[in-house]
Each structure stands twice: as structure tokens, then as C-alpha cells.
Design a protein around this ligand. Structure first.
Ligand SMILES: [Zn+2]
Length: 182
């Protein structure tokens, strides 16, 4: 069963529609004034519990299921409707849509790059000959190894593009090595 099918099986379209459209029983179905077009004389809007669908037999002549009703009524996109109805139905949305996956992938990549850059500067601080003065200064401030490690204290070479060159040479930002380009 797909997630939309599960949501539909847990919610009753009659209940959902009744929240915004006043319905009255008409045989096996329910009828009311259509919320989507000017309709005040003869109820032209029907909800069919057996098929869990709705249809307007008046000017708009539209119809659909629970999802299309909520989308049209609220002016929501499918994604927003899915979220809302899943919550109401108590269904957990496990599978993120492809867009979310892509966004997450991009975030992970950025976090990875940031971590690699922090490591790069930290390694420079620990081992680069140019960082000797910095190491002495930090020692003079009585920062111990644990603190230096915990805050990943770094050192930048006197160069505006050393970090970029380092990663360019590496070809990837996921490996860490010292000296640069190894
Ligand atoms: Zn209508």
C-alpha cells in the first residue's frame, strides 16, 4: 500500500469535507453546496463514501479524491497536502521526496567540506614549521592539548589561497593528509 493509499484508508473523506462544507445525506451519498463555484440554490457538490471521492455536478464539473479536495480547498501543493493529511492520519512519512534527498546530500557535502577545512587548519597548527610561533603563543596561554584538540585550533598560512590549492591538489575534500597534496 502506498503512503497516500494508507492515509486515505485511515481518513474518511466525508469527515474531512464536512469540516468546511455542510453536507447532508442523499441516499448512499452526501450533498452540499459546491465550495469551488458560486452555488446557493441546488446543492451540486457530492461526496461518495464508497469510493471516497467527490464531484461537482455544477459549473466546475470537477471531482477527485481526498487529496485533490484538500489541495483545491486550501490552495496547497501536493507535498504540503501530503504532510498535513499524514499528520492527521497518524502516518509517518519515511520516504523523503527526491528534492529533500538532494538538499540533504548538498548539506552533507557542505558539512564535509567544512570539517575537512577545519582539519586542514588544525593540522597546520599542529605540524607546520610556519606555525611554530603560533604554537608557542598558545602554549604561553596555557592551553593544553585537550583544549587545542577540542576547539580544533588552527593556523592559516600567510597565503590567501593555500587552503583552496590544498584541496585542489587533493582532488577531493574528503581525504585529509599532510603535507598538502600527498
Ligand atoms: Zn462546483
Amino acid at each position: 500500500m502506498t503512503v497516500t493509499e494508507e492515509i486515505k484508508s485511515r481518513l474518511d473523506i466525508v469527515d474531512v469535507v464536512s469540516e468546511t462544507v455542510s453536507l447532508r445525506r442523499s441516499g448512499r451519498n452526501y450533498a452540499g453546496f459546491c465550495p469551488f463555484h458560486h452555488n446557493t440554490r441546488t446543492p451540486s457538490f457530492f461526496v461518495f463514501p464508497e469510493t471516497q471521492t467527490w464531484r461537482c455536478f455544477g459549473a466546475c464539473a470537477e471531482g477527485g479524491d481526498l487529496f485533490s479536495f484538500v489541495m483545491k480547498k486550501e490552495g496547497w501543493e501536493f507535498k504540503e497536502t501530503l504532510k498535513n493529511l499524514a499528520q492527521r492520519a497518524g502516518v509517518t512519512l519515511e520516504e523523503a521526496d527526491p528534492l529533500d534527498r538532494e538538499t540533504r546530500k548538498a548539506h552533507n557535502k557542505q558539512a564535509g567540506l567544512l570539517q575537512a577545512a577545519a582539519d586542514y587548519f588544525h593540522q597546520l597548527f599542529l605540524y607546520a614549521p610556519q606555525a611554530e610561533t603560533a604554537r608557542r603563543y598558545v602554549a604561553g596561554r596555557s592551553l593544553n592539548e585537550e583544549t587545542i584538540e577540542a576547539f580544533a585550533i588552527g593556523f592559516a598560512l600567510d597565503s590567501w589561497d593555500a587552503c583552496r590549492s590544498h584541496f585542489n591538489m587533493q582532488g577531493t575534500a574528503t581525504r585529509n593528509c599532510w603535507p598538502p597534496g600527498c
